[in-house]
Write a protein that binds this ligand. Structure first.
Ligand SMILES: Nc1ncnc2c1ncn2[C@@H]1O[C@H](COP(=O)(O)OP(=O)(O)O)[C@@H](O)[C@H]1O
Ligand SMILES: [Mg+2]
Length: 273
């Protein structure tokens, strides 16, 4: 953070991607020349058709997969150059939320949430589930804030999809992350559960200052909740701007003509530019 003479506090970006590319084997590039940066506390949705490269982008950012070129900087750390130990530390700062929750179904809610602390532990402490009183209290506090206090000792396979996703959010938050990467977190949920999840994510970003980068299939939801939209088509960014700026032309660049008209009709045309 830099305090300028005018007293305005300038934030350096939390995340910066510079000309990131990804090629799987000999296939066409899944990502080409992806450049953007995200400030602390921003809520950014990545939208685009299936196969556009949204999941690939998120996975490159926390190095679940390796990018083929370009640079990624997160919180001052050169992500693409980090060694194993440094990578473990980086990942504590980045919470991941998945479409299919990625919980251990036969374990309880609180046990799943405490797994979010594993990045801070030695293998030994992790294997024996050695969590401190503070860690347990923190996990319980987060679960209560997400409306899951009555479910803490239930096995995860007894929960609804929306409840499971809240456990996923709790597990990410117990890490004390600076950013959440959410890959289609509401794609398997009904509209009511989706709203609960989106409202929680929005409030987490606003009240805790946690940056959210979220892949969404639902354009309307993306426009409603986000500060900013990044539109991706065939591995390239074709739009990066405000939700208000997403008009029929932009939608056609992101989704192609026919699908864009369909989406525009669905929105009742209120985003026409
Ligand atoms: N593990 C993989 N191996 C090979 N190709 C992949 C793999 N994962 C994704 N792809 C390809 O990369 C492209 C982008 O996929 P993906 O990032 O999953 O897109 P999206 O999340 O936007 O649907 C697609 O063409 C997809 O088939
Ligand atoms: Mg995907």
């Amino acid at each position: 953070m830099v305090q300028s003479d005018s007293g305005i506090v300038q934030m350096s970006p939390l995340l910066e991607c510079r000309q990131v590319s990804k090629q799987y084997g000999s296939q066409a590039r899944a990502l080409s020349d992806i450049s953007f940066s995200v400030r602390k506390g921003e809520f950014v949705a990545v939208i685009g058709p299936s196969g556009a490269g949204k999941s690939t982008l998120l996975r490159c950012i926390n190095r679940m997969i390796e990018s083929s070129g370009g640079d990624i900087v997160f919180d001052g750390a050169p992500v693409t150059k980090l060694k194993r130990g440094e990578l473990k530390q980086l990942r504590t700062k980045i919470g991941m939320i998945f479409q299919h929750y990625n919980l251990v179904d036969r374990l309880t809610v609180i046990e799943n949430v405490l797994h979010g602390r594993l990045g801070y532990k030695s293998t030994f402490a992790g294997i024996f589930g050695l969590y401190s009183k503070e860690e347990k209290e923190r996990a319980m506090g987060i679960l209560s804030a997400l409306g899951l206090e009555e479910h803490m000792y239930k096995r995860c396979d007894q929960l609804s999809g929306g409840q499971k996703q809240r456990v996923g959010i709790a597990r990410a938050l117990v890490q004390e992350p600076k950013m959440l990467l959410c890959d289609e977190p509401i794609a398997s949920l009904d509209p009511n559960a989706s709203k609960v999840i989106m409202d929680h994510l929005k409030s987490i970003s606003q009240t805790m200052g946690i940056t959210v980068l979220i892949n969404l299939h639902q354009v309307e939801t993306a426009l409603k909740y986000s500060d900013r939209i990044i539109g991706v088509n065939k591995g390239r960014i074709v739009y990066d701007g405000t939700p208000r700026g997403v008009d029929t032309t932009v939608l056609s660049h992101i989704y192609g003509g026919a699908r864009a008209d369909e989406l525009h009709a669905l929105q009742g045309g209120q985003h026409a530019g």
